[in-house]
Design a protein around this ligand. Structure first.
Ligand code: PEP
Length: 251
């Protein structure tokens, strides 16, 4: 089964409106003819402008988070229908920075994943172990457990489009990457879980991205692994040439 790879740039809390639009345009220009799907995730305030700037290009827009209620008295939150209204087609949920700093739990990740699906957006669900968990030998248990929790109760028919991003927490923004073999082993374990839970046909369709200090110089080897279906890129996505070089490394 050949899955089309997906390279997503998570810009985090970076870039003004003007800088976001300029970076988005540079990514679109630099990655024309890409073999992979390309996605950028700006800050909330830049989503609509970036989506407008990318209209008609091959680059899609993702939010970095979402709230699970559609509307109501939830000061400060943004819902999936409003993201869709802004031209967004993907939503990142469960990023480790949200789990670590903003009280994100498996249950809120599950609700957010369901809300994205309900609005017709594609969830990018982040999972992955901390250094302490890795040292305790809990890498696969944590990553598979978070995957299972995020997808629990969702309509199977929709699940083949879900994107899982395996992001070992100790590799995010640290310059340390999992070795391609280590990452492949975790990706294979996540896919084995999907096969067990939903059957082989569905599991073979789900894209599992690697995230954690992916750069132009390590992307090719990581993206060459059979179960690594793309990358979720933080730091290196903020410089168009670096991000475009990663897109070019997709198979
Ligand atoms: C991320 O934040 O999702 C990420 C992978 O960051 P970095 O590439 O900087 O490690």
């Amino acid at each position: 089964m050949s899955r089309k790879q997906l390279i997503a740039g998570n810009w985090k809390l970076q870039n003004s409106l003007e800088a976001s639009v300029a970076l988005a345009k540079a990514v679109a220009d630099g990655s024309k003819g890409a073999k992979a799907d390309v996605v950028v995730a700006p800050v909330f305030t830049a989503l609509a402008s970036v989506a407008a700037a990318l209209k008609g290009t091959h680059v899609a827009v993702s939010a970095q988070d979402v709230y699970w209620q559609d509307k109501g008295a939830f000061t400060g939150e943004v819902s999936a229908p409003l993201l869709k209204d802004a031209g967004v087609t993907y939503g990142i949920v469960g990023h480790s920075e949200r789990r670590q700093f903003f009280g994100e739990t498996d249950e809120t990740v599950r609700k957010k994943t369901a809300a994205l699906y309900a609005a017709g957006l594609t969830p990018i669900v982040c999972v992955g172990e901390s250094l302490e968990q890795r040292e305790q030998g809990a890498t696969v248990g944590v990553s598979v457990g978070q995957t299972a929790a995020a997808l629990a109760g969702l309509d199977d028919a929709k699940l083949s489009s879900v994107v899982i991003a395996y992001e070992p927490v100790w590799a995010i923004g640290t310059g340390k990457t999992a070795t391609p073999a280590d990452a492949q082993a975790v990706h294979a374990a996540i896919r084995a879980y999907l096969t067990h839970a939903y059957g082989d046909a569905l599991a073979q369709k789900v894209r599992i991205l690697y995230g954690g200090s992916m750069k132009a110089d390590n992307a090719k080897e990581l993206l060459g692994q059979p179960d690594i279906d793309g990358g979720l890129v933080g730091g290196a996505s903020l410089v168009a040439e670096q991000f475009v070089a990663i897109v070019a490394a997709a198979r």
